[in-house]
Design a protein around this ligand. Structure first.
Ligand code: 8YV
Length: 329
C-alpha cells in the first residue's frame, strides 16, 4: 500500500476516505518543523499540506514522493522550480473557496470602513455613555469606488458583489481580463497607480510571488486617499506591514482590514496597538462548507495523482501537469 503524510489536522472523515487507498501517517499535533516534515516524508509517496513549506531539501530527502497536495488555492509555500526539477506534482484547491473568500473580503472591508471592530472593543470596555454625532465616523461603501488589485477568480467574485452597493469598480491585474468579464462586472482596467489614487476601498486579491513582495509599501500607501481603506485577503508579504502601521497612525489612509500577515501567525506587534485596523487570523475561506470542499478536493487530487479512485492519473488541479507520468528525479 502507498504511504502518505497528512501534515495537518483536518476533518476526520476525509482521513477515512484517504485510508481506503493509503497507509496514512496523520499529524494531529502542532505544525511540523522543517526537520520533522522532512523526516516523516522520507518513506512517503504523497503528502497533503496546508501552507507547509516544501522546497528542494524536503524533496531530496523524500525519494519516493510523487505528489504534494496543498489544501489552499495559494501555493507560495511550494518551490515550484524544485518540484519541476524533481518531477514531483503539486496540486491546489482553486474555485471551491471563491465565494466564501469574496464574502469575507467584503466583511473585512465593511468592518474597516465602518469601524466595527474598533467601536465594539470600545463598547465592551464599558465606554459607551451617550450617543454623539461624531462617534466612530467612517467612510461610505455605497456609491464609492472599489479598487481590486488582482482580478482572478476571487477578485471577480468580490467585484460582482459591488453591484448591490452601486460602486464603480476599477481593477489592476498582470493582464487585462476578457472584455465580456469586464462588461459583466462593469469593471474598468486602470494602472496600479490610478487604482491607488482613485479607489475609496482597495482590496488585495493577488497571489504572492517574489515580484510582488511589498507591492503595497510606504510609497503606495502615500498615493491613497486619506479617507480610503485597504483590505488584504491575499497573502502576508504583499503589504509592508510596518509601513502600513505608520500609514494608519499618521492618517495616510483611514483604516485597514487584514486577514493575512508577514510572518503569520507571528504578526508585527505594532499592528496590535493601532485601533484603525481590523485583524483576523487567516480565516477568509473558513466556513464549514468551504473548508470541507477544500479538504475533499485536496484528497481527490492526492488520490488521483497516486493512480487511485475514479480519476486515477488525472488529478483535477495540477499546478505543474507537465511532470505527470515522468519518473521521479
Ligand atoms: C487556506 C488560503 O486555508 O487557499 C488559500 O490560499 O489562504 C486559505 O484558504 C490556507 O492557506 C491554509 O492552507
Amino acid at each position: 500500500m502507498q504511504k502518505i503524510l497528512v501534515a495537518r489536522p483536518i476533518f476526520p472523515d476525509v482521513i477515512e476516505r484517504l485510508k481506503q487507498y493509503f497507509d496514512v501517517d496523520w499529524n494531529q499535533g502542532e505544525v511540523l518543523s522543517a526537520q520533522e516534515l522532512t523526516r516523516r516524508l522520507a518513506d512517503k509517496d504523497g503528502a497533503l499540506t496546508a501552507g507547509d513549506p516544501v522546497g528542494p531539501a524536503v524533496l531530496a530527502a523524500a525519494p519516493r514522493l510523487r505528489v504534494v497536495s496543498n489544501m489552499a488555492v495559494g501555493y507560495n509555500n511550494f518551490d515550484m522550480a524544485a518540484f519541476n526539477a524533481a518531477n514531483v506534482l503539486g496540486t491546489n484547491t482553486p474555485d471551491v473557496l471563491n465565494e466564501s473568500t469574496a464574502d469575507f473580503g467584503w466583511a473585512l472591508m465593511m468592518a474597516a470602513a465602518r469601524r466595527i471592530a474598533e467601536s465594539e472593543h470600545w463598547l465592551r470596555a464599558g465606554q459607551w455613555r451617550k450617543w454623539t454625532y461624531d462617534g466612530f465616523l467612517g467612510t461610505d461603501l455605497y456609491g464609492s469606488t472599489l479598487g481590486v488589485l488582482g482580478m482572478g477568480r476571487i477578485g471577480q467574485a468580490l467585484a460582482r458583489r459591488a453591484k448591490g452597493f452601486n460602486m464603480q469598480v476599477i481593477y489592476h491585474n498582470r493582464s487585462r481580463v476578457a472584455p465580456e468579464i469586464e462588461a459583466e462586472l462593469n469593471a474598468q482596467y486602470v494602472s496600479k497607480q490610478d487604482l491607488l489614487r482613485r479607489a475609496d476601498h482597495v482590496v488585495l486579491v493577488l497571489p504572492y510571488t517574489k515580484e510582488n513582495h511589498h507591492t503595497i509599501g510606504a510609497a503606495e500607501l502615500a498615493q491613497m486617499k486619506p479617507t480610503a481603506t485597504l483590505t488584504n485577503i491575499a497573502r502576508g508579504g504583499i503589504v509592508d506591514d510596518a509601513a502600513l502601521v505608520e500609514a494608519l497612525r499618521t492618517g495616510k489612509i483611514a483604516a485597514a482590514g487584514l486577514d493575512v500577515f508577514e510572518g503569520e501567525p507571528n504578526l508585527n506587534p505594532a499592528l496590535l496597538t493601532v485601533p484603525n485596523v481590523v485583524l483576523t487570523p487567516h480565516i477568509a475561506s473558513a466556513t464549514e462548507a468551504t473548508r470541507r470542499a477544500m479538504a475533499n478536493l485536496a484528497a481527490d487530487n492526492l488520490i488521483a495523482a497516486l493512480g487511485k479512485g475514479p480519476r486515477a492519473g488525472r488529478p483535477p488541479n495540477p499546478i505543474n501537469p507537465e511532470v505527470i507520468g515522468k519518473a521521479r528525479s
